[in-house]
Design a protein around this ligand. Structure first.
Ligand SMILES: [Zn+2]
Length: 442
């Protein structure tokens, strides 16, 4: 790989930018690519091998080739909506596409092992693929990391280095560790090789529906850029006439990319969508260029809408992490603004599984519906017995149903018996119940 501007050569690691400042992009001889061969091959990332870096040995867990599910919400909206279910990759996220290419390509340079800076998913992926390749994996993750992802890293035997508040701070540190210890770095901000794997999402979407719009949860911007690059290559090969409109979704709390696209004041604060908690994305310019050149836009969603998005996706039968759940509120906002036209085909990229992303408290919070919440609030005022709780609830409801909620709250350890008067059992909040309520109101 040669820098198009100064001619400097890159072999092992290809950074997003050359030392001369020019952006680097891995390219292929597009005139020789025959896409009709693809359909005769097995589904998955390596089906598109002529558009991937050459490797001596493929380290694969059969990643990619994920299902594209027509969403039920299509009927309601009058637009065809499809869920690209990346949760069904080997370790439960789209990052397996990055890891298979990064690890396969890096193998000859990884005598001492691999390293990645990650908010969680890429670290869990690298842990699995390095294990598969009989190599050590070092993962640099911020202090706040989803428990399920941490469990994966531990299970696959990765060496875990906790560093900094958000993933941006881990990137330089991983680069330094890579240099000092001879580790092959697959962090997308330090090495664009793995993005070649991620771009295969675009090829799969094209093969199945040739979408008009692709809605992409956006943290570092690397996935957005990868998908853009995939479509740009299809354009160059000549099988599509235009790149679908790419829509970047971030949270109101942390929106450095979306804010710039929308021309609004952005925030860089904590968001519980940990995958989107990237305060200063290295690839921001690339992501913004991808959106602009595709004629797309950006959307920001609130923290409350993350819960809504997650529930809406579970109704489709897909359990996504908060970082992926943003696609639903984004879709609805665009739809309300009349953004889509009849005949549009909208793909929602659901990047990672909800199984990986919960703190236990949040999982419980997820199972707490409106009535249970009202009961908890009543009991915060003073201890009450069942009938009294029922009388205080506004909504008409059978006593039996309220009794059931009380029993469930007790089983969850959120309320407990305070005292008895005669046959009446008075309930109060437990400490855990108090904490949960505080969480709700922060
Ligand atoms: Zn250069």
């Amino acid at each position: 790989m040669k820098c198009p501007k100064c001619g400097k050569e890159y072999r092992q690691i290809v950074p997003p930018r050359c030392s001369c400042g020019a952006f680097l992009e891995i390219s292929y001889d597009y005139s020789r690519v025959d896409v009709s061969k693809w359909k005769h091959r097995e589904r998955g990332v390596w089906r598109y091998k002529e558009l991937l870096p050459g490797v001596a040995k493929i380290i694969s867990l059969k990643e990619g080739g994920t299902p594209l599910v027509k969403a039920k919400i299509s009927e309601k909206l009058g637009v065809d909506v499809f869920i690209k279910d990346e949760t069904r990759n080997p370790t439960g996220s789209f990052r397996d596409r990055l890891a298979t290419v990064g690890v396969s390509y890096g193998l000859p340079y990884a005598d001492n092992g691999f390293i990645v800076a990650s908010d969680g998913n890429a670290a869990a992926s690298l842990a699995a693929y390095a294990a598969r390749a009989n190599k050590e994996a070092f993962v640099v993750v911020p202090k706040k990391v989803d428990k399920g992802k941490l469990i994966q890293m531990i299970a696959f035997g990765a060496k875990i280095i906790r560093y900094g508040e958000s993933v941006d701070e881990c990137i330089e540190y991983a680069k330094e560790l890579s240099r000092l210890n001879g580790l092959y770095d697959i962090t997308p901000e330090n090495n664009i090789i793995g993005l070649e794997g991620q771009k295969t999402i675009a090829f799969e979407l094209w093969e199945e529906i040739n979408p008009t719009h692709v809605i992409v949860p956006t943290g570092s911007g690397s996935n957005l850029y990868s998908i853009y690059k995939g479509f740009k290559e299809l354009l160059e090969i000549g099988v599509i006439e235009e790149i679908p409109k790419l829509i970047a979704v971030q949270t109101e709390n942390c929106s450095p990319i979306a804010a710039e696209i929308l021309g609004i004041e952005g925030k860089r604060e904590f968001t519980k969508a940990l995958g989107l908690y990237v305060k200063d994305p290295v690839n921001k310019e690339l992501a913004i260029r991808a959106v602009k050149e595709s004629g797309g836009t950006a959307v920001v969603v609130s923290e409350d809408e993350l819960d809504f998005g997650e529930r809406a996706l579970t109704k489709e039968g897909v359990f996504a992490e908060y970082s992926s759940a943003v696609v639903i509120p984004a879709l609805l906002k665009l739809h309300e603004n009349g953004y889509f036209e009849k005949g549009d085909k909208v793909a929602l990229v659901v990047t990672g599984s909800g199984l990986k992303s919960y703190y236990v408290e949040e999982r419980e919070r997820f199972s707490i519906g409106g009535t249970k919440l009202k009961i908890l609030k009543l009991l915060r005022e003073k201890p009450m017995y069942g009938y009294e709780i029922w009388e205080n609830l506004e909504k008409p409801m059978k006593y039996q149903a309220v009794y059931q909620h009380i029993k469930e709250l007790e089983a969850l350890g959120l309320i407990e018996e305070a005292y008895k008067r005669g046959r009446r059992v008075y309930y109060k909040l437990t400490e855990k119940g108090e904490r949960l309520l505080e969480n709700f109101e922060e």
